[in-house]
Design a binder for this molecule. Sequence first.
Ligand SMILES: C[S@@+](CC[C@H](N)C(=O)[O-])C[C@H]1O[C@@H](n2cnc3c(N)ncnc32)[C@H](O)[C@@H]1O
Length: 233
Amino acid sequence: MKSEREKILEDDRKSVVDFNHVRQFIADNLPILPVPGIPEIRLHKAAPHSGLRRLAEKDPQFGSPYWAHYWGGGLVLARHLLDRPETVAGRDVVDLGAGSGIVGIAAAKAGAAKVDAADIDPYAIAATGLNAKLNDVAIQTVLADLTIGRPPSADVICVGDLFYDAALAKGVTEFLDRCLASGITVLIGDPWRAHLPASRLRLLAEYIVPDFGVSRRNPARGGVFAFESGEQS
Ligand SMILES: C[S@@+](CC[C@H](N)C(=O)[O-])C[C@H]1O[C@@H](n2cnc3c(N)ncnc32)[C@H](O)[C@@H]1O
């Protein structure tokens, strides 16, 4: 069941953002490009002349357009799910902080039974829906802050690049603790951002990936991790 805050967030943003217009804008202005290191997936991505400012001018709450870019965390986690489909095959998966939807799309392609892609940004929801269709996979989009509520009904929660801000990382870590306690497997993809809860992580795989803002000649090292209980055994 949705919490009151989740509902307010949804209702508030839904009334401001014209999803049809946003989808059309993305389709018209953000070219479809192959994803570095992930030839199985194509995404709408911001280009120099995409004119995202035109979207921003219409919406005072327009935030950083994370959904229009690749992120090291999403790239490594998506690569891992495609390389190790047994991780999610036949399971119900939540992609938390979906952005472009890259991780959820990889989970669906790897054979997940169901994928919910959640984000607090309605533009990310629009982009994820469009990118899912582009990649011919079924994904339910959820415009809500899941981190403030009870654990969702899922077998696996995938988290791509959500530890870039201290307050966000704290809220996400507490939420992931509640998910672990209710028996959900938690997988994290991250290029070692400052607020990654490193002491709680077991490294599963490492990849070299281009990251947002990092030169192609100097790409980042990204890890895929299992988030584990902080209790001493
Ligand atoms: C750096 S982007 C990563 C996107 C994608 N996971 C990837 O790796 O490409 C972070 C995303 O998390 C979303 N986000 C931030 N706080 C969130 C929250 N509390 N719940 C859900 N999504 C959130 C942002 O809107 C943004 O789309």
